[in-house]
Design a protein around this ligand. Structure first.
Ligand code: PAF
Length: 284
């Protein structure tokens, strides 16, 4: 496994892979790998001859006052995990390599970026789309794999790929959870023991909502109001949003149907956690 830090060296490796007729599969990450990332790599390993993992904490997707500086980083541990997962190349550029002086181009997807995380984190998806476009141009993968936990991110990237005629297949992989239900996230490391316990209210809310729907509840407002009250019982939590949306358009739905997805963003202490689930379980 090689660790490549420059765009030019990555370009050379991609060019030789292409000449050799190899398929490139790609898993973009910000590192601090967990089981969820490893499941993406496992899928990537099956889908490509050359498996590339990027590790880059992308400054342009963090807003002012967000956790860019504190975001956990451990390239040594990530390299060991990547090696075990069969990664061929880690692409780990510096911020200056990705955004050299004079950098001035950004990718903005309209509409579906204006709700949910896009509403509470202005500029976030502009940063995500910009870096993912750049990574796609540098790595030229045929397949790229993302987690469903960042449900809106996946929808936005699919939109961007379609709109910009990018020749890459986007695959979404199921959310990976701890044994007690907490969705895996690099940010879980910020939680103290008490917050970690209170954070379970996210996954429990999803299950509760699915149960309401299974019992015949179809009114989004009823479910949302119930969940908000339940979450508020946990003193370390602060709700950013609880929304039921159409899985493709991400527009709010008043009535639940087979396309409904429940999306949550909740601060636990200072840590902002997200989670989601389809409400008609067959869909999951
Ligand atoms: O999901 C992430 O880790 C990041 O948003 C991504 C896609 C790697 C872009 O920086």
């Amino acid at each position: 496994m090689d660790i490549i830090k420059t765009v030019s060296e990555m370009g050379q490796r991609v060019a030789s892979a292409r000449v050799a007729g190899e398929t490139i599969s790609f898993v973009p990450t910000m590192g601090f790998l967990h089981q969820g990332h490893l499941s993406l790599l496992e899928e990537g390993r099956k889908r490509g001859d050359l498996l590339v993992l990027s590790i880059f904490v992308n400054p342009t997707q963090f807003g002012q006052g967000e956790d860019f500086e504190d975001y956990p980083r451990d390239l040594q541990q990530d390299s060991a995990l990547a090696q075990q997962a069969g990664v061929d190349i880690i692409f780990a550029p510096t911020a200056a390599e990705m955004y050299p002086s004079g950098y001035a181009t950004y990718v903005d997807v309209e509409g579906i970026t204006e709700t949910l995380c896009g509403a509470s984190r202005p500029g976030h998806f502009r940063g995500v789309c910009t870096v993912v476009s750049k990574l796609f141009n540098i790595i030229q993968p045929q397949v790229a794999i993302f987690g469903n936990k960042d449900f809106q991110q996946l929808a936005v990237i699919k939109r961007m790929v379609l709109d910009l005629n990018m020749a890459v297949e986007i695959i979404g992989m199921p959310i990976f959870r701890e044994a007690d239900g907490l969705a895996m996230s690099s940010r879980n490391v910020y939680l103290n023991q008490d917050q970690r316990q209170q954070a379970l209210v996210l996954s429990q809310s999803l299950i509760q909502a699915q149960q309401f729907v299974a019992q015949g509840q179809t009114e989004s407002a009823e479910i949302i109001s119930h969940l908000k009250k339940e979450i508020a019982k946990y003193p370390a939590t602060r709700i950013d949003y609880v929304q039921i949306c159409h899985q493709l358009t991400l527009e709010d739905q008043t009535t639940i149907d087979a396309d409904s997805v429940l999306l949550l963003a909740v601060y636990v202490g200072n840590t902002r956690l997200i989670d989601n689930a389809f409400l008609v379980p067959d869909n999951d």
